[in-house]
Design a protein around this ligand. Structure first.
Ligand SMILES: *Cc1c(COP(=O)(O)O)cnc(C)c1O
Length: 227
């Protein structure tokens, strides 16, 4: 009961902040999807968020997801948001509705091959390292054309957008640069290939309001819910 009240309160507070951030820039809060990042959280915390109505959850590691998912309701939409190794690609396809962290041709090809083999089309986001910080995963923006083109040719893959992470401790100005950088890259690829890439996954507990102002359609929030 205590766990439920706690998570419920945080979720309510968060939904309010999301809708305030959306209305402050003339956006509809309905267009922003919350991925509750449950890495390192016990199943009880996820269940508490589920009981409060949350259905989209994010995990960083395939092994952790594989350990948790079977015991949880199967209408949960799992997003894989952490670095994915090719040898875990099959499990990722099986468990995740959306793989947000695709950042290389090798991984893209592997996912495309496996998805096609099992007769599914997997929703993916391409992850970019917009800040250029070398500690982060994510492809370089100047590889975008190459990656998008390949994704469009793989029948097992449906490319629905792009994802990025801002550097830890970035100031407001740097945050805006990263988030608007991802949006511009997306716009550029939409024009280049004449396609629609609706989703921009950007913004975490400390920076989601800025990300929403810069066009995020998916925010990935952990500590503000499960702290
Ligand atoms: C942990 C994590 C988040 C959530 O971070 P919080 O600061 O806890 O909201 C979002 N995205 C990725 C890729 C993460 O690893």
């Amino acid at each position: 009961m205590i766990m439920f009240d706690h998570v419920n309160l945080h979720l309510e507070d968060l939904m309010l902040r999301i809708s305030q951030a959306a209305s402050s820039c003339g956006r509809d809060a309905e267009d922003i999807k919350l991925v509750a990042v449950s890495k390192n959280c016990p199943a009880e915390a996820i269940t508490a968020a589920y009981q409060a109505g949350q259905r989209r959850f994010g995990e960083n590691r395939v092994q952790e997801l594989a350990g948790k998912a079977p015991a949880l309701p199967d209408d949960i939409e799992w997003h894989l948001i952490g670095h994915l190794q090719s040898n875990k690609a099959a499990a990722a396809i099986r468990l995740a509705k959306v793989i947000e962290s695709v950042d290389s041709i090798k991984l893209l090809d592997r996912l495309g091959h496996l998805a096609n083999e099992s007769g599914v089309v997997k929703d993916i986001l391409l992850e970019f390292n917009i800040s250029g910080e070398d500690t982060k995963f994510g492809a370089r923006a100047d590889n975008a054309e190459y990656l998008v083109e390949r994704a469009l040719h793989l029948p097992g893959i449906r490319l629905i957008g792009m994802m990025t992470m801002a550097p830890y401790g970035a100031d407001e100005c740097e945050l805006r640069k990263v988030f608007s950088g991802l949006r511009s890259l997306r716009d550029c690829m939409e024009n280049r290939f004449g396609i629609s890439l609706p989703d921009l996954s950007m913004g975490m507990s400390g920076d989601f309001e800025t990300a929403i102002e810069e066009g995020a359609t998916i925010v990935r929030i952990g500590s503000a819910i499960f702290r």
